[in-house]
Structures are given as structure tokens and as C-alpha cells.
Design a binder for this molecule. Structure first.
Ligand code: A3P
Length: 877
């Protein structure tokens, strides 16, 4: 049975060396029965069967063809097996073939040689004299070669991922303004190509250097690659020599360098380095301190340690600098880049060292037969959890369950299910969907029923139900929001926090953010490269090397470094089979501990949510995006929802410019349809400004007809309050990227006068108390309520217009809707009020007051190639 056992234990073995201690791999366990005995292969015929079919098909996807083929082969094999000893060997070689398909992965080469005695240096603090010279949250000033240059993009990606504010400039003849009201705007200056800094003309160079000295700001630069090799070339103006186009190996960090903060000198990296065009530095002054070293691959240099990144402490010319001999392709440079920003800005641009990690096992009972967990896998999970707790205080796997699939595997897998529940107290738990159904396909009633079933399952099995956390299959219903899901979550599970990869979009991952909707916190979730179908190391997309690259400084490692809070989603099948999840997380955590000084922690989801929005309060408010821009969003949007139910144009005001008349007349056109009225705000929805926005887009869309029930192509809405809403432009652009905006403009003095009478008609005390003249001539010394009323007059207006079936009504003095040939219907008494004309002196005063605004408006309209209305020409005469 020797070969059979080889097949069964074909799991990756992690042999990390951690200081002096060799770590046991997370996969050391052998499949065991419930009482802990090792199970021979014969107890697991299904798994052998599954692998046998795989040997011949090379794929795990189940298809009836493959099973028929497998069945035929197995019958032949069994017949041969039962006839002779030599045939038995044939059978065993078949088993081995399977074993080769899922071969034992190579051992990891990662070694950490510098765990002990490393203390994190204190952040540098700005000296008193310069403490307040910079603005409160200084930005990074980044000079790039072009808008699209490679290193420039890599830099902005890191800055965006770490939410560091920056201004990007393509270096031209002049520098951007460096100060505002004598306060410095930038905390660090970065040159994508350090040689550009050396080439700046003397006037601008002096200006920039003076800023750097006066405001105690440092400079960071990357050496570019060159066609021709420079040997011992002196950097213009500095006691520093460079040698370009080097191919290097065995890179390590200088433990003593004060730049190291987040980054820890973890040892020597023997993996090959990206590029053969590295620049190395040879300093000739004590101001320079090596930051990173490597050896050349060429024999003539083999003994020499070459400096690949260097700190200039500023002793030479009063300016601190960090120079990199290569770009950001090398993962370690991405960490050093953050540290250099922090060092050079005296800690003013730095990220915290605290990192929270939560690993969800989203579908703890959901997987096909044959790839689920058995009791041995559960033991391995518990052992791994213990080891992780030593490295990450508070670590617990967070198990999401869909009760419907409990005991749904082969007998040994069902024992695995039971083993999980025997250890219910060792994990955190959260309710998933009962049947793993996508919520956007269900009504609230059905959702509640499903959730209730799952809750009943939890009660029956002593699973805690008070985590306040849940997630859904494929992020369905979380974003784009399916309101019935939020309702049911609140009602059945008292859910307060969830996580998703979809807000605002899956890609790019660095832009994922959180939001709060109806008191449920939605946290961004990261991916770890493990999916339901990635269960064997030798089937990992791109091979074992790909997974290891992600762990050893690559994507997975960087998500931990760049995100203060990381939530990962994994599945049951990642913990059975080759137990890839255990391998992945233990490995990456060790790597993080080796190469960084980050403080790793795990806390339950609710605490995590609170922490997240404490760190990023600006993310609390959602920005609803256009669901039809993203195929994935369309797939998880409720059936029948369509972007055709969103308006094609908006009349956005301002108030008192005839917006109601325009709205009424437009709606009379057969191809145009206005929104349904609101019980609170009448013909206006007032969604994009104010509180209604938080009700979500389902609420907004209810104001428009379902396209199938309407022949009108052009839906529109009018909310005159949009014109003054600060958030409106960003919100409208996100939800309605193709919308057309209609703005009505009338003489501003007329609008002001109408507004005054509108306020009087609404019994506004100030307008009743003061004359129009008093309002428009209010100064800083006049009562505050009068100034407030006056300020409501101050708009810059813009224009568009339209025609409809309307007739001038002499009695009303305005155009009215033609209802029948001889009958018109005018707007109510609140529109087109009768009041005395404005007196001449007030009209003159306002004409003068508005003149600069009217000039600006005329210029804008001309620039946009819009017609200039007659009243504006008159005003400007
Ligand atoms: P007044 O009532 O001061 O005359 P809004 O609907 O944006 O609040 O604007 C109201 C203004 O629309 C009215 O202000 C009136 O001057 C103007 N208006 C334009 N066409 C109108 C119409 N056909 N009937 C009524 N008012 C109209």
C-alpha cells in the first residue's frame, strides 16, 4: 500500500526556516478516521476514483464523458488486477500516474535569517521651527516622464492603494506652485527619473532646492536605465558615482539604515531580480548611507557588495534624498518607497504599522463530493489556526455556513462536517445563504425564509448567531444594492457588517473601498488567489511558482502591506485536498513577519468594520455607480432592472428660474416622460442632494416607469435644488455618466426678486420683516438672518431651452398648457406670482453687482459654443 499512501499525502510541504527553527508544514496531517486513526486509501474509494478519472482527462471538471471513460478503464483495471501479480503493478503505476498529476509540490526556498533583535526605529519628527510650515495633510509632488510612463504609473498605483494624496506633474519649463499662503503644499518630492532633477535649469533648480531646505522636505528619485553603460560616472554636483546596466543577485537591506520603518531587513533574497539594468552607487561622502546591497552576477565583481539604494542624510547640501538604482518592479522597492516617503517627509506622509487580517471560509459545507474536508483536514485546520495565533494575536478562521449542504459529501467528508461542529467554539461563525442562492434572484419574503432556515440550522447545531456579519454568493445583492437583502439581513440576522469585492468595481483591486448603507457596513474584500476550483497545488493556474510569487512579495503579500484591513474569502475545498489555504496563509504571514515590522492582528468582523470606518470616515457615504458599466454588476442585479429606467436628462435648476414650467411643458411631449411625483417634494425627487441619496438607487428608480410599460424613450427629472448641491456633480457623474443636464438661466436680478417674493409667500420671517432693498444691500454688519437670505441670491447661471404644446395666457401673464383647443391649464398660484415690479434703483444696483458674473457667463457660453440669450446681451450693453 506504499504507493497509495504517497498518493494520499500528495500535499505541499512547507519547510520554511524561521531563524533557527524549522517550521512544520500545514499539510503534515494524514487523513484520519473519527477516532484519529490514519485511513488507508481503501476507505476513500471515491477519492481514488476521482483522481483516476483525472489521470486520463487532465481536468477535474466533471462531465459524463469523463466518467464513462473512467468507468470503462476501472472495469478493465479491476479485471486485470484480479488476475495476476504483474497486473497489480500495472494498476499501481496507474495510481502513481494520478499522483503525478497532483504531484508533491517542491519545498519553498524562502528563508528568514533576521528575526531576532530588530527594533523599529522611531518616526522622525519635524523640528519645532518647521512644524507648522507645511499644510496639514501635505501631498506628494510627483514628476513623471509622461502621463503614461511605466514607473510613474507604478508610483501612482502605490500612492492610490495607500490613499496617499499626490499631485502628478510632467516636468515642463516651469515648476508648479509649491506654496499656498506661504504654507508648503508638498511633504515629499518624487522624481520618476532622477536625472531630470539634475537637468532642471538653474533658476528652477534653485527654487525647488530652496523649498526643500526651507520646508524640511526630502527628495526621492529612481535612476533610469540607459542604452550605453556608464562606469564610475559622477552624478552632476554630488560626491556620488554610478555604474549602470548591472545584472545583480543576492540582494539584502542595511539593517542600520534609519529609513527602514515598515520594512524589516529579512535576509538575503536569492531569487532572481527583475531587470539587468540596475544602477549601483559609489559614495564619496559621509552623508551617504547604503540602504540596499546586492552582488553582481559577473565574476569580476563577485566579491564586492554593491549599493543599489542609498540614503543621502542631507549633510552635504541640506537636502535629504533617497535614490533607487532600479524601478518598482522589484517588490522590496515598493516597501522601501513607502518608508522613504515617510522618512523624507519627517513622518508626515506615512502609513500606520497596524494591519488587521480576517480570513473567511465562506462556504464551509458547500463543495462537490470528493473535494470536501475530512476529519484529518479539520485537525490540520485547527493546528494551523494555533500556529497562526502565535504570529497573529487573536487569529480565528471565520466560518460561513449554508446549512442545506451539511452532510452532503462522501461518508468520510460527512465525518469532516461533524468534526467542524465538534469544534464549534474554536472558530467564528456567520450565516451565509441557506441554499447558497444569489439574493438578487429572491424577494424579501423568500430571502427571509431562507435565512430563517439557516438560523434554525445554527440553533440545532449550537452555532453562534450573533456575529452581526454575513456575505452572499458572488457578492449578489450587496453591490449593486438589492434592498430586500438588506431588509432581510437586518430582520433575521441583525447583520451590521458585510464584505464585497465589487465596490466600486472588482478591478482595479487597489481602488476597492467601503461604504455604509442603512447602517450596514460594507467592507472591501481582497482576493488571495484561491477559488473553489483551485484545490491542488499542481493545478494552480500558472503553477506552484505563481502562488509562491504572490506570497513572496507579490500580490497577496502586497495586499497585506497596502491595506490596513484585509478580508480574504476562501472556500471549504481550499482546506481539504492539498489544503492550499493553510499553506498560503501561514506562508504569507511568515513572509510578512520576516520582511516587515507590521503589527498583525485579527478581530471579529463587527469590530473590524468599526475600525475600518474609524480609519476611513470619508468612505462612509456611498457613491452609487452606473450598474450597466460593469458586466459583473449586471449579472448580480435583480431581474427586470435596467438602466433604461434611469433618466436621460436632468433639469437641475436653479430655483425660481421657471423650472416647473419647463418641467411641465417638456413632459407634454409624447416622447418624453417625467418622474412620478413624490409625496414629500412633489414634482421634484431631490435624490442627488440631501438625505434621499442614502435611500439608494432602487428607491430612485421607483420614480420612473419600467421601460416595458412605457413608450416614452426620454425619462427625465427636475430638481431645482441640484444646482446648489456640493456633492451633486460627483454623484450624478457616477450614476448617470451619459446624462444630459439642463440648466435654466434668466437675468439674475429677476431671479433674486422672484426668490424674495417666494420667501415672503412662504412666510419667511426675515423676508417679511425687511424690504427687498434691505436684503440686497445687507452687509457683514447687518443681522445674520438677513445676510443668509441675501447670500441665497448669489448664483452663477447657465442655460438650455425647449418647446412644447403651450399657449400664452393673458390673464396669467405666462405660457400655459393647452388642454383643449379653447382651454389652457396654468401652473398653480405659487408660480407666476403677482407682485409690484422691482424699483429702478434696486435693478441698477443688482445689474452692477451681477456684471462680473454675467461677463463670466457670456465667456463660458461662447467657449462652449452655446447661444448667448438675449437678456444676457441686454444686461451687458
Ligand atoms: P414668480 O412666481 O416669481 O413669477 P420655479 O418653477 O423654478 O420655482 O420658477 C418659478 C418662476 O417661473 C415664476 O416665478 C415665474 O416667473 C416663472 N415662470 C416661467 N414660466 C412660467 C409659467 N408658464 N407659469 C408660471 N410661472 C412661470
Amino acid at each position: 500500500m506504499e504507493s497509495e499512501q504517497t498518493l494520499l499525502s500528495s500535499t505541499p510541504v512547507d519547510s520554511y526556516v524561521w531563524g533557527e527553527r524549522a517550521w512544520e508544514g500545514p499539510h503534515a496531517g494524514h487523513p484520519t478516521s473519527q477516532d484519529g486513526r490514519k485511513l488507508p486509501l481503501i476507505c476513500r474509494p471515491w477519492r481514488l476514483w476521482h483522481r483516476a478519472t483525472l489521470c486520463f482527462t487532465g481536468s477535474r471538471k466533471t462531465s459524463w464523458r469523463r466518467y464513462i471513460l473512467g468507468a470503462v478503464i476501472l472495469v478493465i483495471v479491476v479485471v486485470i488486477y484480479s488476475t495476476s501479480e504483474s497486473s497489480r503493478r500495472t494498476f499501481m503505476s496507474f495510481v502513481l500516474c494520478s499522483s503525478l498529476v497532483h504531484g508533491r509540490p517542491p519545498e519553498s526556498s524562502f528563508r528568514c535569517s533576521n528575526m531576532a533583535n530588530t527594533t523599529v526605529p522611531h518616526l522622525r519628527i519635524p523640528p519645532k521651527a518647521v512644524e507648522n510650515k507645511l499644510r496639514e495633510d501635505p501631498k506628494v509632488l510627483l514628476f513623471t516622464e509622461t502621463q503614461y510612463s511605466k514607473t510613474g504609473k507604478a508610483i501612482t498605483n502605490i500612492l492610490a492603494a495607500n490613499r496617499i494624496k499626490y499631485k502628478m506633474e510632467v516636468l515642463g519649463k516651469s515648476l508648479p506652485g509649491l506654496t499656498n499662503l506661504s504654507r508648503g503644499k508638498y511633504g515629499t518630492v518624487v522624481f520618476e527619473n532622477f536625472e531630470r532633477y539634475l537637468q532642471i535649469d538653474s533658476w528652477n533648480r534653485e527654487l525647488l532646492d530652496k523649498y526643500l531646505r526651507d520646508y524640511n522636505v526630502g527628495l526621492l528619485g529612481f535612476m533610469p536605465s540607459h542604452e550605453e553603460t556608464q562606469v564610475g560616472a559622477k552624478l552632476r554636483g554630488f560626491p556620488l558615482y554610478v555604474h549602470t546596466n548591472m545584472a545583480l543577485e543576492n540582494i539584502s537591506l542595511n539593517n542600520e539604515n534609519p529609513v527602514l520603518q515598515l520594512t524589516r531587513a529579512g535576509g538575503t533574497i536569492t531569487d532572481s531580480l527583475p531587470g539587468t539594468d540596475w544602477t549601483v552607487f559609489t559614495p564619496d561622502d559621509a552623508t551617504y548611507v547604503p540602504l540596499e546591497w546586492a552582488y553582481s552576477s559577473f565574476p569580476q565583481y563577485s566579491e564586492e557588495r554593491l549599493i543599489t539604494a542609498i540614503l543621502d542624510k542631507g549633510d552635504f547640501d541640506g537636502i535629504s534624498r533617497v535614490l533607487f538604482g532600479s524601478n518598482l518592479d522589484f517588490w522590496l522597492h515598493r516597501l522601501l518607497f513607502l518608508d522613504a516617503l515617510s522618512y523624507l517627509s519627517l513622518g508626515r506622509i506615512s502609513v500606520s504599522l497596524d494591519r488587521y487580517i480576517l480570513v473567511d471560509i465562506d462556504d464551509i459545507f458547500v463543495a462537490k463530493k470528493g473535494i470536501r474536508m475530512n476529519a484529518g483536514d479539520v485537525t490540520a485546520l485547527l493546528e494551523s489556526q494555533k500556529r497562526l495565533q502565535e504570529m497573529v494575536p487573536g487569529w480565528k478562521f471565520n466560518l460561513g455556513f449554508s446549512g442545506k449542504y451539511y452532510q452532503n459529501g462522501y461518508p468520510e467528508e460527512n465525518v469532516g462536517d461533524m468534526a467542524l461542529l465538534e469544534h464549534v467554539d474554536d472558530f467564528w461563525w456567520f450565516g451565509h445563504m441557506w441554499g447558497h442562492t444569489q439574493p438578487h434572484t429572491l424577494t424579501q419574503e423568500n430571502l427571509e425564509k431562507q435565512m430563517q432556515l439557516n438560523k434554525q440550522f445554527a440553533w440545532n447545531h449550537n452555532i453562534p448567531t450573533d456575529s452581526g456579519y454575513s456575505v452572499t454568493p458572488h457578492h449578489s445583492g450587496v453591490y449593486p444594492v438589492h434592498e430586500p437583502l438588506y431588509d432581510a439581513w437586518k430582520k433575521v440576522w441583525n447583520v451590521r457588517v458585510t464584505s464585497s469585492e465589487e465596490y466600486p468595481h472588482l478591478y482595479p483591486a487597489r481602488m476597492r473601498r467601503g461604504f455604509i448603507h442603512r447602517n450596514i457596513m460594507v467592507l472591501p474584500r481582497q482576493t488571495c488567489g484561491l477559488y473553489t476550483h483551485t484545490v491542488f497545488i499542481d493545478k494552480y493556474p500558472g503553477g506552484r511558482a505563481m502562488l509562491d510569487a504572490s506570497i513572496h512579495g507579490g500580490e497577496l503579500f502586497q495586499t497585506i502591506v497596502f491595506n490596513p484591513i484585509s478580508i480574504y474569502m476562501t472556500h471549504l475545498s481550499n482546506y481539504g485536498n492539498d489544503r492550499l489555504a493553510l499553506y498560503t496563509f501561514e506562508s504569507v504571514i511568515k513572509f510578512v513577519k520576516c520582511w516587515t515590522n507590521l503589527n498583525l492582528r485579527t478581530v471579529p468582523p463587527l469590530q473590524l468594520g468599526e475600525k475600518y470606518f474609524h480609519l476611513f470616515p470619508e468612505e462612509r457615504d456611498p457613491i452609487w455607480g452606473y450598474p450597466c458599466a460593469d458586466r459583473r454588476h449586471m449579472e448580480i442585479w435583480a431581474k427586470g432592472k435596467t438602466c433604461e429606467q434611469l433618466p436621460k436628462f436632468l433639469v437641475i435648476g436653479p430655483q425660481k428660474t421657471g423650472t416647473t414650467a419647463l418641467y411641465t411643458f417638456l413632459a407634454m411631449h409624447p416622447a418624453i416622460m417625467a418622474n412620478y411625483p413624490s409625496p414629500e417634494t412633489f414634482e421634484e425627487i431631490q435624490f442627488f442632494n440631501g438625505k434621499n441619496y442614502y435611500k439608494g438607487i432602487d428607491w430612485y428608480m421607483k420614480f420612473f416607469p419600467v421601460p416595458a410599460n412605457s413608450s416614452s424613450k426620454f425619462l427625465f427629472e427636475k430638481s431645482a435644488t441640484y444646482f446648489e448641491g456640493e456633492m451633486v456633480p460627483e454623484r450624478v457623474k457616477a450614476l448617470l455618466p451619459h446624462v444630459k443636464l439642463v440648466i435654466t438661466i434668466i437675468p439674475p436680478s429677476k431671479r433674486a426678486y422672484s426668490w424674495y417674493h417666494h420667501m415672503r409667500a412662504h412666510s419667511d420671517i426675515t423676508s417679511l420683516q425687511f424690504s427687498f432693498h434691505e436684503v440686497i444691500t445687507a452687509t457683514e454688519k447687518t443681522p445674520r438672518q438677513l445676510r443668509n437670505l441675501r447670500n441665497k441670491l448669489l448664483y452663477l447661471l447657465k442655460l438650455t431651452s425647449s418647446k412644447c404644446i403651450q399657449r400664452y395666457d393673458k390673464r396669467k401673464g405666462f405660457f400655459c398648457q393647452v388642454v383643449e383647443e379653447d382651454r389652457t391649464k396654468c401652473l398653480g398660484r405659487g408660480k407666476g406670482r403677482i407682485y409690484p415690479p422691482m424699483n429702478e434703483s434696486d435693478a441698477k444696483l443688482l445689474k452692477e453687482y451681477y456684471q462680473p458674473y454675467n461677463i463670466a457667463l457670456e465667456k463660458l457660453l461662447t467657449r462652449l459654443d452655446y447661444p448667448v440669450p438675449g437678456w444676457l446681451e441686454d444686461e451687458l450693453q
